[in-house]
Design a protein around this ligand. Sequence first.
Ligand code: PLP
Ligand code: COI
Length: 353
Amino acid sequence: MDIKIIKTENKKSKPQGALGFGKYFSDHMFIMEYEDGKWGNARIQPYQPLTLDPSSSVLHYAQGIFEGAKAYKDKNGKIRLFRLMDNLNRMCDSAERLCMPVFDKQFVYDAIKQLVLLEEEWIPSDEGTAMYIRPTMIATEAALGVHASKTYTFFVIVGPVGAYYANGLKPVKLLVEEHYVRAAKGGTGGNKVIGNYAASMKAGELAKAEGYDQAMWLDAKYHRYVEEVGAMNIFFVINGVVYTPELDGSILPGITRRSAIQILKEKHIKVRECKVDIRKVAEAAENGTLTEVFGTGTAAVISPVGQFGYQGKDYVVNGGEMGEISKMLYDKLTGIQSGKYQDKYSWVDIIKE
Ligand code: PLP
Ligand code: COI
């Protein structure tokens, strides 16, 4: 399939000052449609609103999925994509879970590469910034019956981003959510589906109202085992061992999580993917053996956690400061992404020399 390119005649002005996250979008987008059992009409076109029938299934039954990836530009103008094929693999897993069509991953990879290169001037190069890439697929069939849609739209929008959390690398405060759950076994927690995020908002807002940044989720059955955080996977360092919840279907298999585990193992730091009991974490915080907590995510990168609230009590981690392991991971990961360190893992695709 060829990609038609329709260039904009009205380029937007670039943002000045702090970028924040997800506020600015570039001049063009990639889009294609699925109809009669196949994808077609692939094009890069000016960034613009979608036209949707008000009865489109995505609006009523949340048959929609998305991904988040990043492109980086270094001071010499080299542009790198980080593990984008992993995102597209995960997106196809999400598609299968929601009875949506998969797509030719290499075709979409190349389309995104083309879009990123066209929007090159939108990629920021300051430390801690990147171009965020948001592939999305939605069900567009105009029908209110609950069934898998027969038509879909796939699109990719991109834009410059800085830190996900308003305070940048300053450790975040999390509130352990004991009542609401994000995902249960057999549900869609292990996939990047839009409904997961709608279901998570209540607890996120409650946490914010109490002065925390986000909720930390527990498992749906026992309300005892840590799952993840709003937009990141979570790690705990206890007695020098790094613990992270095992992937058991209700947690998103994070690409940053997987990268962090690989870096840790290579540094001969012990990593355990297992059930993480929040009571044991609180105990470890109390007896001083919990030395670090951090989250991992494309948007969040490596986000230190300086405090968490559980059962009405607040636990401060590492004096509220970013710990050594988190710093090492942040440096290594962003170093590989920005080209400061050699990429011996083949995670990076240099798309412009
Ligand atoms: N968990 C959730 C719920 C997320 O939304 C994200 C972000 O994509 C992550 C974890 C981290 O995944 P990744 O490292 O692939 O970005
Ligand atoms: C990402 O890290 O790319 C995400 O998708 C998180 C997002 C929900 C803000």
